[in-house]
Design a protein around this ligand. Structure first.
Ligand SMILES: [Zn+2]
Length: 160
């Protein structure tokens, strides 16, 4: 048995009785209307985390171009925020109005993470290769000696 969350003064949708502190799943002590219906009506505010998940998920896809790191971070945040919005909806503290958006954000976030990781691998290979080549050159090739100066050749006179 869980106590109703102490949200902003929920009242019975039928008779207006103050339902703060009553048991969720029960009925209104005054008129017998199901309490859950009143809470669903009261908590119509959608989750801000759902919207944040959507924005971050969308942002994570093009930002994988920023060496993959930005896309990776945005994608992970999108999944965390989606999860928070799911928990909020399950607890009944937020309505499920934006859950479709949150889910879309989570899916975009996964794409952003995959692209970001791929980008990091590509950059890792390029940088690793460059470091390998640089160290190879510095070890294997002795400091170059300057060529002896080439003596100036007399230029043939232009034909008149
Ligand atoms: Zn009532």
């Amino acid at each position: 048995m869980t106590q109703a969350p102490n949200v902003s003064q929920v009242h019975c949708i039928k008779c207006g009785y103050n339902l703060t502190g009553v048991v969720i799943g029960g009925t209104c002590p005054e008129c017998g209307a199901p309490i859950n219906t009143s809470f669903l009506q009261a908590n119509t505010q959608p989750s801000g985390f759902a919207l944040a998940a959507l924005v971050l998920g969308i942002v994570s896809i093009p930002t994988f171009l920023c060496y993959g790191v930005v896309g990776l971070i945005c994608g992970i945040l999108a999944i965390i925020f989606w999860r928070v919005s799911v928990v909020q909806t399950r607890n009944g503290t937020r309505s499920s109005a934006w859950q479709g958006l949150a889910r879309a954000g989570m899916i975009c976030g996964i794409i952003g993470i995959v692209l970001g990781l791929a980008m990091m691998i590509v950059f890792g290979v390029i940088i690793g290769n460059a470091i390998y080549r640089a160290s190879y050159i510095s070890v294997a090739v002795p400091p170059s000696t300057p060529y002896p100066p080439v003596p100036m050749q007399p230029q043939p006179a232009p034909n008149p």
